[in-house]
Design a protein around this ligand. Structure first.
Ligand SMILES: [Zn+2]
Length: 396
């Protein structure tokens, strides 16, 4: 099919304040580039043809992505479109057709691009909102002072002063539904050279603060956790890293019992969000052996927050203390790294659940629950993995 984009509606310029790493924006940027070619070279029919094809390819790419959405992702797209789209765009879709079908297959290219334009503007709007920027700024300042207090109290490492210095430079973006809620996450941290924190924007603009899903609430609930990832530490194994990351976020937030890891002992009243409860339960079990015997939570938080040059950076104290704790155990006794064996068990189970077709977060939760159950009831299944540690597998 020949495509001609000379009449494509003008795409609003994407400001540098928004992040281009998410599906909606990426496609708009591509489409915008192609459109630029179309307009710039419109006197040369051959170039118009080539550039039109490019634009068509970009649009095919988003359509393909939308066509491949899982059922729960399609539901989110429906929720998003029916709540947030302006009436003029909403009314273009026949009532008996889903948004996935409409945007993935049935809409014209022009309508498809119109949706993407609106989608980018909607996120951009939230990104530059003074209230949103204010919440991010305040959250960062609060985080810095709370980390400083925790260093003074002795449950975060002295090296965390370096982390405080980095906080202001961490970019925080509002993310789109494709990249956050559809991936079963309210936020994520992206490491490496272009490091950034991405927090879910609102898919229902009607939600006021104190409603779940409100963008200000999203920021206040998850910013500390993501800043921990960004500046404070990393313990490698996914379950362990998330458990300690969230424990520290909770302990910083609510005057927060840094010495109590088990979320059920912390009490619901103390917590907002209840994130990574399964991972924290597993960590609590690994750090406890009977009532009177346990590894102090501080060893985990110190190991997490120690800088790379510090002797605790590879957390030998923490591993050593856990192994020592279980040294009399009939199955675990005298073995090397229980933490590594638990990680290997959780990792293998997670792979198996993913293989069965579970979603990412369901696979994580099920594998951690199963590992906790094994740890308590069939430790021999975990002990089989001593000495066969599979390496570090980190998803942040
Ligand atoms: Zn995390």
């Amino acid at each position: 099919m020949e495509r001609n984009y000379s009449s494509t509606p003008e795409l609003k310029a994407c400001d540098t304040v928004v992040d281009y790493g998410t599906l909606g924006r990426q496609v708009v940027v591509h489409a915008k580039m192609a459109e630029g070619y179309v307009q710039a070279e419109s006197t040369d029919p051959l170039l118009v043809n080539i550039n039109s094809r490019m634009m068509g390819a970009f649009i095919d790419e988003t359509r393909q992505h939308i066509k491949e959405l899982e059922p729960y992702q399609s539901e989110l797209l429906d929720e998003y479109c029916s709540n947030a789209l302006p009436k003029t765009l909403k009314d273009q879709k026949p009532r008996n057709v889903s948004w996935t079908d409409w945007l993935g297959r049935l809409s014209s290219d022009e309508k498809h691009v119109e949706f993407l334009k609106w989608h980018v503007n909607y996120i951009e709007h939230q990104q530059v909102d003074p209230e949103v920027q204010g919440e991010i700024y305040r959250g960062k300042q609060l985080y810095k002072s709370q980390v400083a207090d925790a260093i003074k109290s002795g449950w975060l490492h002295e090296d965390a002063h370096q982390a405080i210095d980095k906080v202001d430079d961490v970019p925080v973006y509002i993310g789109d539904v494709f990249d956050t809620l559809m991936q079963e996450r309210t936020a994520y941290y992206w490491g490496g050279r272009l490091s950034k924190i991405v927090i879910a924007g609102q898919i229902d603009p009607g939600l006021k603060q104190w409603n779940e899903g409100n963008v200000i609430n999203n920021i206040s609930w998850v910013l500390k956790h993501e800043l921990n990832h960004a500046v404070l530490g990393n313990l490698g194994d996914r379950w362990l890293n998330e458990a300690v990351t969230e424990h520290i976020a909770q302990a910083l937030s609510y005057d927060g019992k840094p010495e109590v890891i088990d979320p059920s002992e912390r009490g619901k009243r103390l917590e907002i969000g209840r994130f990574y409860t399964e991972e924290r339960e597993l960590l609590a079990a690994v750090m406890q052996n009977g009532q009177e015997n346990e590894v102090p939570a501080q060893l985990a938080t110190l190991a997490y927050s120690a800088g790379q040059s510090s002797p605790c950076a590879s957390y030998p104290d923490f591993h050593y203390a856990v192994d020592k704790l279980w040294s009399d155990h009939e199955v675990f006794g005298g073995k090397d790294s229980i933490v590594n064996a638990v990680s290997a068990r959780a990792w293998l189970l997670e792979r198996a659940y993913l293989w069965q077709g579970l979603s990412r977060r369901n696979a994580e939760v099920n594998s951690v629950n199963q590992t906790l159950d094994d740890f308590k009831n069939s430790p021999q299944d975990i002990a089989k993995l001593f000495g066969k540690y599979l390496g570090e597998f980190t998803l942040v």
